[in-house]
Design a protein around this ligand. Structure first.
Ligand code: ZN
Length: 257
């Protein structure tokens, strides 16, 4: 009954066996997969998958890597996509000061523009933050009370998680929580209120420890949920259920089960 709140099913990595990947996800008990666009063409592909498969929902946005492509035309395209019933969020959007594929100033402008668009469209945001914790928090703080969303593949510490929660955000836990060296991450997610936790794969990236280095896929979110359940001292099925309920609350366009 788990929900993978962040997959990239539209990516080429799944072109050869997407149907089989979806079958394995269903067999593992996943009820919903949110597939997340990172460029305008990939958002169109994500949307096509959401239209085709009942269990797939889409999020649309321009990733910080492609921030140089954010302009009036791409914002207009996002507005058009967001009007579709199965588009449940704006993202992924944010800042990546690790790779810096787009200049920092350009990333900051693109992130702010898409946060404003989400507010206008009344949609939650899916935030990518890599090595840009302070700048990300500053932009979210400016919009306190006007936006909700999730810090996807959370990589901050306990204090940052607490501030995100106070700002009304959810914390999404991905495969790295299963990695032996991820003690800071495990400490942080131990403290997050249960009603603010989500799980995700970020597939095809970031496979959990048992498949580390291989292509990730939605079915493997179960391993992440299991590790998270251990950390919180509860049975894994209960953690799957709680995080699924949280996802339905945040991504309200999905509606009740
Ligand atoms: Zn992603």
């Amino acid at each position: 009954m788990a929900i993978d709140t962040h997959a990239h099913l539209e990516m080429e990595a799944f072109d050869q066996d997407r149907e089989a990947v979806l079958e394995r996800a269903a067999a593992a008990g996943l009820t919903v997969i949110i597939t997340v666009g990172t460029t305008i063409p990939d958002c169109e592909k994500a949307l096509a998958l959401a239209r085709r498969y009942p269990q797939v929902y889409a999020s649309v946005g321009v990733h910080p890597h492609e921030a140089k492509d954010i302009d009036a035309a791409s914002c207009e395209a996002l507005r058009r996509f967001a009007a579709e019933p199965k588009v449940v969020a704006l993202g992924e959007i944010g800042l990546d000061f690790f790779y810096n594929h787009s200049a920092r100033e350009v990333q900051l402008g693109g992130f702010a523009a898409q946060l404003d668009l989400a507010e206008e469209l009344d949609l939650p945001v899916i935030v990518h933050d890599r090595d840009a914790h302070a700048e990300t928090l500053a932009l979210l703080r400016e919009r306190r009370g006007r936006l909700q969303g999730v810090l996807h593949c959370f990589s901050g510490d306990t204090a940052m998680a607490a501030e995100c929660v106070a700002l009304g955000y959810y914390i999404s836990v991905a495969g790295p929580v299963t990695y032996p060296k991820a003690d800071q991450l495990r400490s942080a997610v131990r403290e997050v209120p249960l009603e603010r936790l989500l799980v995700e794969t970020d597939c095809p990236y970031l496979a959990p420890q048992s498949r580390r280095g291989k292509r990730n896929e939605p079915a493997y979110v179960i391993e992440t949920a299991r590790r998270l359940a251990e950390l919180r001292g509860m049975p894994a099925p209960e953690m799957e259920q709680i995080t699924a309920e949280n996802a339905r609350r945040l991504f309200a366009k999905m509606g009740p089960r």
